[in-house]
Design a protein around this ligand. Structure first.
Ligand code: HEC
Length: 149
């Protein structure tokens, strides 16, 4: 009996896992359409400018975009540097361009409720220029580098 219950518990946990993911209501394609909206609206991260020099070799030029939740947080704080906490629902994107201004990829951060406490609940993603998800979720290389920034 006990054994059966345990097995049942394990099965329930397995069944629960996808719905727990759904609860965050973010799939790679749903996030990409929100990213595209930011790209089309050209809502820039305050203090940044279009095709500014990137800080890494993988991003010769960058365009940093935000959704309204992130924009409001930065405006309220006064600047990006003064923004200590972005609210849930904030999206920050970075369009990364080669030297010839060809779009290479788009890195994305979205703050979700109770997603990844160790990374202040950011879901990290990377997309090809036409929206193919190259990375999505708790992406180690992103998180490791972002811990210091
Ligand atoms: C080598 C270190 C490093 C790695 C790896 C890295 N980032 Fe970043 N990222 C930075 C730095 C530094 C900045 C701020 C300066 C800039 O815009 O270049 C930044 C900025 C950003 C921004 C723009 C918003 C902001 O805070 O300026 C987004 C979005 C972003 N990163 C997402 C990601 C994602 C997603 C990944 C993984 C796919 C990733 N980054 C990997 C260092 C890194």
């Amino acid at each position: 009996m006990m054994k059966a219950l345990t097995r049942l518990g394990a099965a329930a946990a397995l069944l629960l896992a996808p719905s727990a993911l759904a609860q965050t209501a973010v799939t790679p394609s749903a996030l990409w359409s929100r990213v595209q909206k930011i790209m089309h609206q050209h809502t820039l991260l305050p203090g940044s400018r279009r095709y500014q020099p990137g800080s890494r070799t993988a991003d010769y030029y960058t365009i940093d975009g935000v959704n309204s939740a992130a924009l409001n947080a930065v405006r309220k704080a006064g600047s990006v540097e003064k923004t200590v906490r972005y609210p849930t629902g904030s999206i920050l994107i970075k369009e990364n361009f080669a030297k010839n201004k060809k779009l290479i990829n788009v890195t994305v951060m979205i703050k979700l409720d109770k997603f990844d406490k160790s990374d202040r609940n950011w879901l990290m993603a990377n997309y090809s220029p036409n929206g193919v998800p190259l990375a999505f979720g708790k992406v180690k290389p992103c998180i490791q580098c972002h811990e210091v920034v």
